[in-house]
Design a protein around this ligand. Structure first.
Ligand code: FCB
Length: 456
């Protein structure tokens, strides 16, 4: 089979389709001593919490290599760059005063993108909560929504006239269930009732953030979710499949659509929580209309009957799904090094289902990419698996558009090999290799491939 050419691939998207590349603050910035402490700095100190003992320093030393990194984005030829603001860098005490140095860093980033004709796409919160707010209860504190909205308002006032898109949160499912149920992400709690409550409170916080952003003059506020199609792999696992779909997808799209918390989910989790933290006012706020929805897609979920061994795919432990009946997640090869099944058709299905759940909302793929083990040979990195992953998923995105999905753009994850959260430096998603010792950047073959598509 011949691979589709970059020109044909580009041609399968509308002329005004936006191609971009994405990163997040804690994963690349480094220089933790020049900002407030985040929950990920604290979490990284727990022995074993991060597999290779990595901490937030030096990450990719992006704070000191801004010009070099913006040049990499410019040479890639993309029209947009998705980054996140480190809350503890912008507002070191979590509330109140804005740090001149911290805020100035993002001014420089945004201005240098604009000078090069690259649209800045800003995410307010990509998991690096100020530790001072965690000390007040974090996302379980009913006041957190208001504090988040104040922070979002300050970001909107400072940058709103210069950024094309603003997302409130990145992947609240991950914050809630990996952070509070599976306990493999900061803050590392294992308490299902708290995970369900945090998921709800995050969605209320996002709604308050959307209102605050609009109030500050931002015209294009949205939210980023990690949605994915949940497949039945074996008969007998129907109830588990449905439950995982409710927690992972339907809960979020139903709240956004104003349908409230799904009755079925409430019934399935009655042994865990009575959901008494849900209020009519909160539901109304969570349904605040968004201007766009970002979908981060990497892999489908596949659910089968219980078995003696559980999948070791990152983030797919059943502990992340409170209330799920006995089952297994059963990804099928081919795998990335995350243990994630590679299935581009899952992206088309996810976009199709999301468009059906939220018919009026323009969609963006805000993250998509793959971790593979790379090797530097003679100063070059040849990564054919990542090229084929990207090609397949770009085709799958184009397929969704052909089916009528209102998809406006696609961001590749990620620009740089970075700190992959609890996996530390052991999982490399970059289209640019970063030497962990010297910080030298080497664009991989996948960078050249992506450039050939977006500039075709
Ligand atoms: C997503 C995160 C992103 C990165 C990728 C691999 O869940 O948003 O920061 O870790 O997974």
């Amino acid at each position: 089979m011949n691979d589709i050419s970059p020109i044909a691939l580009r041609g399968s998207f509308p002329a005004d389709f936006v191609f971009g590349v994405a990163t997040s603050s804690w994963q690349i910035e480094g220089e933790s001593q020049s900002r407030g402490e985040s929950i990920w700095d604290r979490f990284a100190k727990i022995p074993g919490a991060i597999v290779d003992g990595s901490t937030g320093d030096p990450a990719c030393d992006h704070i000191n290599r801004l010009d070099e990194d913006v040049a990499l984005i410019e040479n890639l030829g993309v029209g947009a760059y998705r980054f996140s603001v480190s809350w503890p860098r912008f507002m070191p005490d979590g509330r109140g005063a804005v740090s001149a140095d911290g805020a100035g860093f993002y001014d420089r980033l945004i201005d240098s993108l604009l000078e090069r004709g690259i649209q800045p796409s800003m995410t307010c919160y990509h998991w690096d909560l100020p530790q001072v707010l965690q000390d007040k209860g974090g996302w379980l504190n009913p006041d957190m929504g208001r504090w988040f909205a104040d922070y979002a308002h300050a970001l909107g006032e400072r940058y709103g006239d210069r950024v094309s898109m603003v997302a409130t949160l990145n992947e609240p499912w991950v914050s809630a269930y990996l952070g509070y149920a599976a306990g493999v992400h900061a803050p590392g709690e294992v308490k299902s009732a708290h995970a369900l409550e945090v998921a709800y409170r995050l969605m209320v916080a996002s709604g308050l953030g959307i209102r605050a952003l609009r109030d500050s003059g931002v015209t294009n506020p949205g939210l980023v979710l990690n949605l994915t199609t949940v497949r039945l792999d074996q008969p007998g696992a129907e109830a588990a499949r449905e439950h995982i779909d409710l927690l992972h997808n339907v809960f979020f799209t139903d709240l956004l659509a104003g349908r409230g918390v799904p009755e079925k989910l409430i019934a399935n989790t009655e042994a865990i929580t009575d959901w008494s933290f849900v209020t009519d006012e909160g539901l109304d706020i969570a349904a605040e209309p968004i201007s766009w929805l970002g979908v981060n897609y990497y892999t489908p979920l596949r659910v089968g009957r219980p078995a003696d061994t559980q999948s070791d795919a990152v983030g797919q432990s059943l502990a992340a799904f409170p209330g799920v009946p006995a089952a297994t997640t059963r990804p099928k090869p081919p795998f990335t090094t995350m243990g994630w099944e590679v299935d581009p058709s899952g992206l088309t299905a996810t976009l199709r289902d999301t468009a059906r759940a939220l018919p009026e909302v323009p969609l963006w793929v805000t993250e998509n990419g793959a971790a593979y083990a790379d090797h530097v040979v003679d100063g070059e990195v040849y990564d054919p698996d990542r090229v084929s992953y990207l090609r397949g998923h770009l085709q799958a995105a184009a397929e969704a558009i052909a089916e009528g999905v209102d998809l406006r753009g696609y961001f590749c994850w990620s620009l740089l090999d970075n700190l992959e959260w609890a996996e530390g430096r052991t999982q490399t998603f970059g289209i640019v290799h970063v030497d962990p010792q010297t910080m030298e950047r080497i664009p991989k073959a996948s960078y050249e491939f992506y450039r050939s598509v977006v500039t075709a």
